[in-house]
Design a protein around this ligand. Structure first.
Ligand SMILES: [Cu+2]
Length: 102
């Protein structure tokens, strides 16, 4: 598996139609495998094939759609059940109870 996940901060979102604009723009990028835009945290979690595309290319697509991504603040995102690692990265899964490192 070559999918890589990043959490990319995006400025300029104000409503759910912004979310769908950004989602559509990111999905069109070659190599993007998944995208989940979150209005509340003003960011998107993008899964992509790093041999095909990059955060820079994804950010450019978001920019063309009229929003202001911050690829320099993009952070690795670990999907799935690895909660200890998520907690260490300071990330939480929406809807899940907070990860507790003992
Ligand atoms: Cu909007």
């Amino acid at each position: 598996m070559s999918a890589e996940f990043v959490r990319l901060p995006i400025e300029g979102m104000t409503c759910t139609s912004c979310v769908s604009h950004i989602t559509k723009a990111v999905r069109k990028v070659d190599g993007v495998e998944s995208v989940k835009v979150d209005l509340g945290s003003e960011s998107a979690v993008v899964g992509f094939d790093a041999t095909v595309t990059s955060v820079t290319v994804i950010a450019a697509a978001i920019n063309l759609a009229g929003y202001e991504p911050h690829p320099e603040q993009a952070a690795p995102f670990v999907p799935g059940p690895s909660r200890g690692l998520l907690a260490r990265l300071g990330l939480r899964h929406g809807g899940d109870e907070p990860a507790i490192d003992r």
